[in-house]
Design a protein around this ligand. Structure first.
Ligand SMILES: Nc1ncnc2c1ncn2[C@@H]1O[C@H](COP(=O)(O)OP(=O)(O)O)[C@@H](O)[C@H]1O
Ligand SMILES: [Mg+2]
Length: 417
């Protein structure tokens, strides 16, 4: 007889593939983990959208949320669940709601990270409102965009201050292009950011709890080839550097699941885009890295559920600022290591490793079996069918399936080496 039960809720929108794999792997684990001398039953359910009373209780210990960034009903339900029921939610919804790309640039610059020089310019046009004319006529200062461009230098990127899936991003080589891009920007509030150019490596590092996966990213390849197959080509020091950057950002903002883009220029890693707290999780983008994603979500969700991990009630930034301010002569790499250690503590990295060792010893073998099964293949096919034209379904299902198979054999080889 099981002594206790934990409920994991999946708060989903269009996601199709990873939830099916997540549910299947929990099922293959027998819907149960043994931890601390106790058998813990794990129930996974999809969170539904419906009216709810402020005081209504619910049964979820952990919610993996993929809706909060755009769907208000679920976001407000999740916020009340944290406050009233002590639910642990990936990610912190308040932080997700309020930390735009601009804020994340400011915060990591405050910690000394070499975010490329960035300017904000008032938008070209405004939505009409009663107060608009008096506000602008009293306070909006005329400015010469060409002068801003000269101060920042070319090439640069114009991007929406709030980020979001490569929409409205323009590379700009000269003043003419800057003026044209601004004219076309309408009401969107834009950044101008100095390009990291040239760069030698482009890494997108995905973090789930304390688990990190730096992947070489090819931004101009078609979507299914942007995450490159295989382990990123990084020296141990480079790997440790991008990992420290990523875990620091994630722990700082309360994002258990996020990705961070960093570009290497000379010896310096420049983080350029790291407010991605609902990263792409589709097999059609991640393919080779998809098993890592699913297994990392399974491990972290089970750890949070089994140990009854608590949401930190605030983000508590002062310890990071104390490291930033402690010695102006201390090199950034050394401060980064200290931020990384603090972040690993906040994410309970050691307890997490112990939990995985004790409760999830069989997980790799179970996952290897699952990712060779017809059920997994049909899940991949279903996702491909939802995105690709009919005549490409066989070809792309096979491509993603083969990449998953090589990931599974690479994982097995790594485990025995
Ligand atoms: N400062 C920069 N230096 C070099 N490339 C950049 C820079 N900013 C953006 N890019 C390029 O533009 C892409 C989209 O910009 P990004 O900041 O990642 O926006 P989004 O939030 O839309 O993903 C990046 O993946 C990168 O290829
Ligand atoms: Mg990006």
């Amino acid at each position: 007889m099981s002594a206790s039960v934990r409920h994991i809720g999946l708060s989903l929108g269009a996601d199709l593939c990873w939830p099916l794999c997540f549910e299947a792997i929990i099922r293959e684990l027998g819907g149960r983990v043994r931890f601390g001398g106790e058998d813990i039953d794990i129930e996974v359910e999809r969170v539904t959208i419906e009216p709810y009373a402020l005081k209504a209780n619910h049964r979820y210990d952990v919610v993996l949320d993929r809706l909060t960034h755009w769907f208000g009903t679920s976001r407000e339900w999740i916020k009340k669940a944290i406050l009233m029921d002590g639910t642990y939610v990936l990610n912190n919804p308040w932080s997700l709601q309020s930390m735009e790309k601009q804020t994340t640039y400011a915060a990591m610059t405050r910690l000394g990270m070499p975010v490329p020089e960035t300017w904000m310019v008032p938008p070209k046009e405004h939505e009409p409102s009663e107060d608009l004319a008096p506000t602008l006529s009293r306070y909006a200062k005329m400015f010469d965009l060409g002068v801003v461009g000269k101060q920042l230098g070319y090439p640069m990127y114009m991007k929406p201050y709030s980020g979001g899936g490569w929409k409205g991003v323009t590379r700009i080589e000269d003043e003419g292009q800057l003026r044209a891009a601004y004219e076309a920007s309408g009401t969107t509030l834009m950044h101008l950011q100095k390009a990291v150019d040239p760069f030698t490596k482009f890494i997108r590092c995905v973090g789930i709890g304390p688990q990190l996966n730096p992947v070489t990213y090819a931004p101009s390849a078609p979507l299914h080839d942007r995450y490159t197959v295989g382990q990123a080509d990084l020296t141990p020091e480079e790997r440790s550097s991008v990992e420290d950057v990523t875990i620091t950002i994630n722990a700082f903002f309360g994002w258990d699941f996020n990705s961070c883009e960093s570009l290497l220029s000379g010896e310096t890693w420049h983080p350029i885009d790291f407010a991605n707290a609902c990263p792409d999780s589709q097999v059609t983008s991640l393919h080779y890295h998809f098993p890592w994603l699913v297994l990392s979500k399974v491990r972290w969700a089970l750890f949070c559920a089994a140990t009854r991990r608590r949401m930190p009630p605030n983000l508590d930034w002062q310890p990071y600022f104390d490291i930033a301010d402690r010695d102006p002569e201390e090199p950034l790499r050394s401060k980064l290591a200290a931020y990384g250690d603090l972040s690993r503590q906040r994410l309970d990295a050691t307890a997490f490793d112990d939990f995985c060792g004790e409760a999830l010893g069989d997980l790799e073998a179970i996952a290897a079996r699952y990712f060779e099964s017809d059920e997994a293949l049909q899940t991949v096919r279903q996702k491909v069918m939802s995105l690709f034209p009919e005549h490409e379904v066989d070809e792309f299902t096979d491509l993603f399936w083969q990449r998953i198979q090589s990931a599974i054999s690479d994982r097995a080889a790594a485990a025995t080496s």
